[in-house]
Structure formats: C-alpha cells, structure tokens
Design a protein around this ligand. Sequence first.
Ligand SMILES: *Cc1c(COP(=O)(O)O)cnc(C)c1O
Length: 392
Amino acid sequence: MSQERLPEEIVAILENMFGRRNGALALHEPEFAGNEWNYVKECIDTRWVSSAGPFVDRFEREMAARTGAAYAVAVVNGTAALHVSLLLAGVKEGDEVLIPSLTFVATANAVSYCGAIPHFVDISGTTLGMDAGAMETYLNDIVHFDSEGEPRNRITGNRIKAVVPMHTFGHPMDLDPLMELCLRYRLELVEDAAESLGSTYKGRHTGTFGRLGAFSFNGNKIITTGGGGAIVTNDAELAKMAKHLTTTAKLPHRWTYMHDQVGYNYRMPNLNAALGCAQLENLDQAIADKRAVAERYVERFSSMPGLRLMTEPVDCRSNYWLNALILDQPDPAMRDRILQQTNDAGFQTRPIWVPMHRLPMFEHAPRMPLPVTQRMEDAVINVPSSQGLIHC
Ligand SMILES: *Cc1c(COP(=O)(O)O)cnc(C)c1O
C-alpha cells in the first residue's frame, strides 16, 4: 500500500469499525449510566448545591481510596489543582519548573499563575511522557547548586524548584528514573495526572508518586464532574493546607469571616461532587470498556503499514483514556490530510497539542532541545475513544 492512500485507508477502517456516519462521532463523550441523576437530584431536593455538602466529603474520601493516596481535596478544575499543588510544593515567583512541552496548556499556565517560569523538556517517543534519560544529560549541563545547596539554572540564574510529569492520554510515563533525578537535583515532584485516573505504574496509582498530584474531571476526561479537579497527597499537613488555600483561607468559626492569607475560591460545588460520586462507582467499568475499545483499534490498525497505535508501557496499566495513531514518518501535510478526511467522514479526530514552546506567551521560556516533541507534533492523531463506542 502506498503511503499516499493512508487517509482513505484510515477512513475505511473507521467506517468498518463504527459504521458510516451521518452526524459526527465525538472524540470523547461522557457516559452517565449509574446514579448520576439520583445524586444530583438529591442535591437539588436538599438544597445542598453549592460550595459545601456531603457529596464533597464523600467524593474526597472515595478519590483517596481509589488512588491509594491518604488524602484528596476536591477543587473546581484540574488547572486549579495544579496551581495549588505547585504553591504547596514551594514554587515561588521567579522559580523555574520543568514540564514537558507537549502537554495541555493548563500545565504551563499553572506554573505561570505562581509567578514561576515553565522550563520545557523533551519526551520519550514511546510513552509521550518526560524522557528522564535525555533530561539527565541536560540537567547535568545546566544545573549548578548555589551556596545554599539550591539547584539553579546556570544560564538564567533562577532556582529550579520542581518537575511536573504528565501521563499523556492516560499512559503512565517512566517514573522511576525521573524520581531518581528529583532526588539527585533536589527537585519537588508534582504530578499532572489529569488524564490518568485509573492508570498505574508498577502497581501504584499515578498521581501518588510526588508530594502532590493533580487530577481533572472535565467533561472529556475518563470520569467527569462537569468541571472539577482533585489534589491528592500522602502528607496530612499538605492536605490541610490544600483545603485551607482552596476555600478562601477562612478560619473555621460559626459566624466570623476571618481569613489568614490570600486564599482561592477553588472549591468543588456539592452538585459537581454528586456527579463525581456516581461516576466513580462506574470507573472500573469505564476502564474495562475503554481497554476493549483500544484493543479493537489495535486489532484493526496493527497490520497497517505507516503507523502504529499507542499502547500501555511495560509494567503499567493504562486507563486508555484517549487513543492515538502515530505516523511512522512524521509529516504535517499527511497528518492534516488525515485530519481533514476523517473529520469530513464524520469521525472527530485531532492533532496533539501545539507544543508549549511555540505558544506566544511561552516562546521565550527556557528549554532543552526538543527533537521528539517536534516529531510527535507532526505524527500524532487522536481518534474517537468514548466508552460508549463499545456498543458500536
Ligand atoms: C485536562 C487537563 C488538565 C486540567 O484541565 P481542567 O480543564 O482545568 O480540569 C491539566 N493537564 C492536562 C494534561 C489535562 O489534560
């Protein structure tokens, strides 16, 4: 088969898998098959719809239980979870924070909200997560320890405070070598686990490897609260501070409005937590269904020359949140033809994010050489991955 016919071949396979489309087949749709309606109705009936209520506490307990973290704090969205996690990890104005360039903009924005500077690192072509091997060589070059023993960027002079790995499309990145780098270079590890609820690395849940981890329950994630997020940690003190900081830093009192610092109104409303409790009850089913959808993709596309499908890395269990085709030969023109033809045929597909170092607000941020990031930008195509596709 000639590479030229790749777009037509992909459309033919998608039509074979899911039928010819009249309307568009979404990239990712939420599934409400359990107690969602009951729990949301309960909020309305009891009038507990807003910033406090029993479902918030329950959702936090169940998120902690599910991830194996000691504590979870529910917040308005994943970006807020990242922002507060970074603040609690000690990220200060003028610090640099190492993040992948190939991520959703929230990771970089959260660093900026702290007055800090994102410092972009390259990824592995296998996991699409941070490449600790390439980072090691780079950090060896640019990090020096100041008289206080703090790691600094020898070019900018800024302190390098933290690393934020992200688990792309739900596939865990290789955390062991990264954690070793964190120890050696005295960097705080804060995980962006927004896409990886239900995914484990060597048997342990993603998001629980650093001091703090952030999850998202946006409408397109594996479970949704409408909009929402959570901070997880094993540290009781950090959990207390996360709750305090995300609830306007108000001191508990029956009537007095006393706040002891500039806090954030980042709490998750009870209405959203109710949806989350129902969604968590079906998380195992969601993961099983999405694995089955991914297996169907692998079955259909594995014999197709010119591309591969992303599959879970060794020693990992992936939630298979979003399936991705990866072109063997990165080629923006070919990628765009595939996007055009699949979308025209009613299959919602999309490229991976424009890398952060090419966005106008981050183009002057420090970065290591990013060859894999650049290749992957031209090679990745996400395909419809809803749990409901199991019935197609
Ligand atoms: C979804 C997502 C977030 C957080 O998004 P919110 O919409 O704020 O919940 C952060 N990082 C990544 C990688 C994401 O995919």
